[in-house]
Design a protein around this ligand. Structure first.
Ligand code: HEM
Length: 223
């Protein structure tokens, strides 16, 4: 049964929609949490510490965080694998006489593909930067994310990487949210306008909210 669903295009699109919505929920929470940086180092670092102690004493230190990490990795892998397989299917389904012509993919499909690749690379960079500290400029201090964020956005490339990725994120969420709604059967003639407006609003709020952090550091509001 699960195999039949996964083998169908609709099944893969459903996997994309559900995994995308899981990541979207995480992003809304992550963006809101990031805004705590505007309340100062004490509050931001305290918040980061709390993320590791959620559910105590039932959960051990960092257990809830690890549950979130596992769910997110599963969502990223499911999203990427189904996207890849759907695009392979798309190419195979094209009549061979088109093979030498220009690719017949739409503007939206191309931006979603490139946006997805940019975001995948960004996630790897972001974890190496602010979680493990591997590519972090300056001395990475575990448990002091406020200072780490300031260090990142004190370099031109830190700002460039994050701002480009956040713009890609906005475009990806805008189209992705809309597609997910269609796949899951939420769309209808009466609801489509509201769905489009929600997609635009979500994309805008996420992009502006995330970008406000590097802008805050660049302008000295966060220092
Ligand atoms: C300007 C934008 C962003 C800033 C300033 C930022 C900041 C941070 C910081 C400081 C942490 C470490 C928190 C801690 O260790 O307590 C973190 C973790 C994380 N961020 Fe972001 N983030 C941004 C955008 C994003 C985006 C767009 C994504 C996803 C596409 C993302 C995904 C993650 C993930 C998955 C982690 C958790 C890594 C882990 O602990 O396993 N972030 N972020």
């Amino acid at each position: 049964m699960a195999r039949t669903v996964w083998d169908s295009s609709v099944g893969k699109k459903t996997v994309m929609a559900v995994s995308g919505l899981v990541m979207l929920a995480y992003l809304v929470v992550h963006m809101l949490g990031n805004l705590k940086i505007f309340f100062g180092a004490g509050e931001f670092d305290h918040y980061a510490h709390w993320l590791r102690t959620i559910g105590e004493p039932f959960m051990h230190y960092e257990w809830t965080l690890w549950v979130v990490r596992v769910v997110l990795v599963a969502a990223v892998v499911a999203h990427a694998v189904s996207a890849y397989q759907l695009s392979r299917r798309d190419i195979k389904a094209r009549p061979s006489k088109y093979v030498h012509k220009k690719p017949r993919t739409s503007y939206a499909t191309r931006t979603m593909r490139w946006g997805g690749i940019i975001l995948g690379l960004f996630i790897v960079w972001h974890i190496l930067d602010l979680t493990t500290g591997t590519v972090h400029p300056g001395g990475f201090q575990s448990g002091h994310p406020y200072q780490n964020v300031i260090d990142t956005f004190s370099t031109w490339y830190g700002n460039a990487v994050y701002i480009v990725a956040m713009l890609a994120l906005g475009l990806h969420v805008r189209h992705g949210f809309w597609s997910a709604a269609q796949t899951l059967g939420v769309g209808s003639r009466t609801r489509d306008r509201a769905l489009k407006a929600t997609a635009n609003l979500l994309a805008l709020v996420l992009t502006v909210g995330f970008i406000s952090v590097p802008v805050g550091v660049m302008t000295g509001v966060v220092s």
